[in-house]
Design a protein around this ligand. Sequence first.
Ligand code: PEP
Ligand code: MG
Length: 913
Amino acid sequence: MVKKAKYVYAFGGGKADGKASMKALLGGKGANLAEMSNIGVPVPPGFTITTEVCDYFYKHGKKKPASLDKEIDEHIRKLEKKMNARLGDKGNPLLVSVRSGAAVSMPGMMDTVLNLGINDDTVEGLAKKTGNERMAWDSYRRFINMFGDVVMGVDHEHYEEALSKVKKAYKRKLDTELTTKELKEVVAEYKKVYKKHVGKGFPTHAREQLGYAIDAVIGSWNIPRAVAYRQINKLFGLKGTAVNVQAMAFGNMGDNSGTGVAFTRNPASGENKFFGEYLVNAQGEDVVAGIRTPEPISDLKRDMPKIYKQLDGIRLKLERHYRDMQDVEFTIQEGKLFMLQTRTGKRTGLAAIKIAVDMVKEGLISEEEALMRIEGDHLNQMLFPIFDLDDKAKAVADGRVLTKGLPAGPGAANGQIVFTADDAEAWAKAGKKVILVRKETSPEDVSGMWAAQAILTSTGGMTSHAAVVARGWGKCCVAGCGALEIDYTTKQVKVAGKVLKEGAAISVDGSTGEVIEGAVKTSDSPVIDGIVNNNSRAKQHPIYKMFVELMKWADNVREIKVRTNADSPKDAANARALGAQGIGLTRTEHMFFEGDRIWAIREMILADDLAGRETALAKLLPYQQKDFEGIFEAMNGLPVTIRLLDPPLHEFLPHDEAGQAEMAKRLATTSAKVKAKVDALHEMNPMLGHRGCRLSITYPEICKMQVTAIIEAACNVAKDKVKVLPEIMIPLIGTKQEFDILEAVVRETADAIIKARKARVKYMVGTMMEIPRATLVADQVAEKAEFFSFGTNDLTQMTLGYSRDDVGSFLPDYISKEIFREDPFASIDQGGVGQLVKLGVERGRKTRKDLKCGVCGEHGGEPASVKFFVGAGLNYVSCSPYRVPVARLAAAQAVIEKKGAKKKVAKKTAKKK
Ligand code: PEP
Ligand code: MG
């Protein structure tokens, strides 16, 4: 016999049909009401209509299951019995609240309806039953307002108008001053408002009211703001909302009643102290609406000591039971306490870390559980300057948020707008804090970018030059902010109908992408001050200590290594301090822009023959060698992967007339010749052009110079007892032949130096995997290649065929249509690009069992991608220095998740047996 579907679950009175683990079916609120009932926390009884009803509704042409109404009626009868009152009964009415509640907390859906069941008859019964006529009529008028507003969509302000009319007529200032007679008038006025806007009279039958409210909750699942919320927060795969119907507890029955909301610990600081507020003689919406100012929860201790004691006991009980900080709602009805809700409380990064570390110390959770509770964003909040919460809230409330771009580089910053890298440098030298605002940035801008507090660009994606460079430094950056209309000639930017001139103050939030008018206050991170700046006072800071402890736990668990992408000795040293276990990518071209180096590379590009190129390259050699020495010293004992020149050569040339004239003068040639070279190097698709290994196939002398610099540097520092482990990496190969040709050049050059210097330096030669074809022929490439590093920026670009610099123009449409749930340049496309990574690893290791595999694309520092790479069997991930801690955490979480999944599988198989 087919089991009859069960759509309604009861709770309250010390027992329940459901439990906390049934969130998918009962929604978070319903599951926790059931759980609280089961563990003996006082909860007004009620029932939950499951999320399956909502699911059914949308799958069956907006019809509910046929058996549902009967089941609801049965549960109403049971509830009536428990409460010793009846829905719609004139003498002894039962009133209920109706609330939505999906598996995850989701603002945007229908709000609560309280006092459902009141009508012209029951209001008298309620008055008699409670002995409080005023309260009954007050509840009635609130109900008409709420029902009209929430269930039928009648704007709250129409009720406000009607209320003001009555208050004015009787010269009342506060709602609480209205007498019963006056409240009756309010009810009459509210009914008129309802009729006018709904087109029919207020429903008087209690069961009919309930039906409407249930339908409204289910209907609210797909209203635009709920759909938008799910999209923004990437909440996919939910069945729908549950509906909770619960007996009313009245907080508005006098001075021994009240209602409040609280957190079991402070959600901002994490401090283990009861935190919340309450209002005497009030119902739920009064606390939220901000009409009256609530009292801090500590005052409840003074006003109702017994209740406070009971509530504090429940706080401890809930924390012990759920083993996490809870966010609760409660109501006190004539000296009796009821809990209306409990759920895991939202918290700041600081609070998340403090609570997790404290709970380990309190023996509530294990170190592994603590690690699982920390999100990448939580850690980031510890590492970067953040906005002062109040100041930011004020800016938002004042409407100063101008626009939003991609949160490309973390942190928060304020400063004055400048539009050129040179101005950024000059203003910063003069002691000003600046934000560099550009359409995009190029390697030429790096000094100005460094000098700026933050970088803001109107184009470019998460792997644009600005984004990559800023993240490398841990600098705040918002990229691809399409709403900015930047005019370099007038030095102004138009946005949100405003014109901001050079020098105007703005603030940039690199975690949210918000651009804010004016200066929002920021504060520094003691973690960075302690770790990177080695400040001994910062090391005493509790936040620093917690961070270090948490990272230690992560390192104990994780199995893969975390390296960094760094191009200078300073970045390398910072990254090492942040826990990097080597360098996974040194982009050597980034070294070409400092000081006079650019002139040597320009000379090389301009040269007509090999001799000319070699002369120019010889000038570059000592610079590169010195940088490599610094990097090797900083990474003493750890591997360093150095990539040979990658970008197309035109990136090193000036594209404007003045720049070309300057270059001609400096290199003793004519502007025409410079321009001719720039034109000759112009490519329609430079990302698919003469770049990567293709450069050294044409100009092996470039490869030779770079290898010479690497190996000479290695020999030099090795003499000083520095342990060097260079890994020379050939970029952008697509065929075995490309690799073999260049590997021969590398080895010939390197071995000759080592032999001549009688050094004992060992090195490896490997390649980047960033062209799809390379992953397909990985078995052939691995015959000579000793390691692979997946360059997932280019691999994503070339697999999807989306330009990494222009994806911003269509990506929002792709996200909103769920073609992708995340920017594939930020979080690896697991079903496509990720599969090529897996394939490359598998095929490569078929040929070379111990092939070292890593990833050095931007995905190497993104938690979901890191977890994927752990599963793909990589030996390490490599990311920007300031993302190293997040990658360490994600790598540990991947191991814990894997263990959890294994345990579940083991349990299932044991059950089957
Ligand atoms: C990559 O393509 O993933 C990579 C790391 O190289 P780049 O970003 O320098 O092209
Ligand atoms: Mg690349």
